[in-house]
Design a binder for this molecule. Structure first.
Ligand SMILES: [Zn+2]
Length: 509
């Protein structure tokens, strides 16, 4: 089905427009300077460009004031408002959806989910209250900023100066070849993916991964069966959901057909534009058709994994099957702590505070008894409080409610991966120590190696303010401090920082 949601901002989210602390104001000043520089690059005078940049900020601030926060955007239950075409048109009398649809080349949508109705009510007002000249300036800005990475160096550098340097604290651009690979992956991901998997993803890797996923699912089922805070009624539903999990491993069975996409040597920008048109047409063609559950949301070379609540499936693109996530040369302990816990993490997403709102078929439907839901919410609250207590830098706390889904998934993923690892050892001689580390210690080292990284302070700030994933060091120290098995493995004593007392220890799945 078609859906419509809030948008139109250039800074990461609404908070960047509405917060009034000194550093927020300073960042907005930098943004206005950047917008002005870009307008000058397309030939405006400095005076005109400065004026237009202010218009863009004013316009986007009004959109921001009517947009939801990243925390609010994690709640699927408040983003489902089906409307028929007449009702939709009633919502925005000043804006013709039919004209828009025809202009965009979209098919008739039938009923549509308007995820954020209040946003469209606000935009409807802006259609008559904001002068046409300001609308033109705002739309011109979107055209330039979207095209900038594909234009000549002056545009690309100015774009990087703000979004790379100022916002993320990056010192320099990635080398050209890496940007070219990323651009190819973004535009022709499944064509690139076919080459990638023939070179970098063996049938043995796929088979080993399939076995791991099935081991993790089976360990998760065992935990569900033993869970003491859940009634048999909800437990039955939870297990039915697990049994219905789809699996996507490595690459899709059916590749996207790019034969209608024209790639030519005369203009890079034109190639990029044709590619986004191709993708948009592909999206439009799905409206009101049966869901293709075999379709992939990530390209094969992507180093990532995912759970899609709408399909109730987990995906592991070929790209994640390399160190430190999956190391064919390492022993099982390291790999269970790394890719094993990542698999467990994705499974647990089906049961986090957001994913658990969807049923086995991927419908937004409550399958919990009231008491069990209350029990779950109390346990989720423990994770939320714990993460709100972490500071990225003095005074900058993580947003527990923003990162709760990922943190619940990390915690559950580690517990289930640990179980699966222990199960894999049954009936075998105990593995020897390696470099002085026991198998249990190596399991936890595997997890820590996955998240070892270095951030600039700017990138850390950006992540805390906009990303549902907690900073990596807390993805390690957070969940592990809740696990008695970790304390046991490293002989940490009660009262030390990585050992929580029972009263503050979180455990859900
Ligand atoms: Zn996740």
């Amino acid at each position: 089905m078609a859906f419509a949601g809030q948008g139109g901002l250039s800074l990461p989210n609404r908070d960047y427009y509405t917060k009034t602390e000194e550093k927020d104001v300073k960042l907005r000043d930098e943004f206005v300077k950047h917008v002005s520089n870009m307008f000058q690059l397309i030939g405006e005078t400095p005076d005109q460009a400065a004026k237009d940049a202010q218009t863009v900020l004013r316009f986007q601030t009004r959109l921001a004031e009517n947009s939801r926060t990243p925390i609010e955007l994690r709640d699927p239950t408040t983003q489902y408002h089906m409307m028929n075409p007449a009702k939709l048109q009633e919502l925005t009398p000043n804006f013709s959806w039919d004209d828009y649809r025809r202009g965009a080349g979209a098919p008739a949508t039938g009923d549509i989910n308007v995820a954020h109705p209040e946003f469209f009510t606000a935009v409807n007002k802006m259609v008559t209250e904001v002068p046409v000249a300001d609308w033109k300036t705002y739309l011109r800005w979107h055209l330039i900023t979207a095209a900038a990475p594909s234009l000549s160096s002056k545009f690309e550098i100015e774009n990087f100066n703000f979004f790379g340097k100022t916002l993320e604290g990056r010192k320099e651009q990635l080398p050209r070849w890496r940007r070219c690979v990323s651009a190819t992956d973004a535009s022709l991901g499944e064509a690139l993916g076919q080459v990638y998997v023939t070179r970098a993803f063996t049938p043995e890797s796929k088979a080993r991964m399939k076995t791991m996923v099935n081991n993790l699912i089976s360990a998760f089922r065992d935990r569900l069966q033993k869970l003491d805070w859940m009634s048999d009624e909800s437990r039955k539903q939870a297990i039915a959901k697990l049994d219905a999990f789809g699996q996507k491993i490595g690459y899709p069975d059916k590749w996207i057909d790019y034969s209608t996409l024209n790639v030519s040597r005369d203009s890079y920008l034109a190639n990029v534009l044709r590619s986004s048109e191709f993708e948009q047409t592909r999206d439009f063609n799905k409206i009101n058709k049966p869901v293709d559950r075999k379709e992939w949301g990530m390209t094969p070379p992507t180093v990532n994994a995912g759970y899609n609540p709408l399909n109730n499936d987990i995906s592991f693109p070929a790209g994640i099957l390399q160190a430190p996530f999956f190391n064919p040369d390492a022993d099982d302990a390291i790999n269970y702590g790394a890719i094993g816990a990542v698999i467990g993490h994705e499974i647990t997403h089906g049961y986090d505070d957001s994913g658990s709102e969807f049923d086995a078929q991927g419908n937004l439907k409550n399958w919990w008894t009231e008491t069990d839901k209350k029990n779950f919410d109390e346990r989720a609250e423990c994770v939320i409080n714990q993460f709100s207590g972490f500071e990225a830098e003095p005074g900058l706390h993580l947003q527990g409610k923003l990162v709760s889904g990922e943190s619940i998934a990390d915690l559950g993923g580690l517990y289930v991966a640990y179980d699966a690892f222990m199960k894999s050892l049954q009936g075998k001689p105990r593995p020897a120590a390696i470099d002085g580390f026991t198998p249990e210690q190596r399991f936890f080292l595997g997890w820590a190696q996955v998240w070892a990284e270095k951030d600039t302070p700017e990138a850390a700030r950006l992540q805390v303010q906009s990303d549902p994933h907690p900073l990596s060091r807390f993805r390690v120290n957070g969940p592990l401090s809740n696990m008695p098995k970790f304390a046991e493995a490293f002989q940490c004593k009660a009262g030390t920082p990585m050992v929580r007392e029972d009263a503050t220890r979180c455990q859900i799945w």
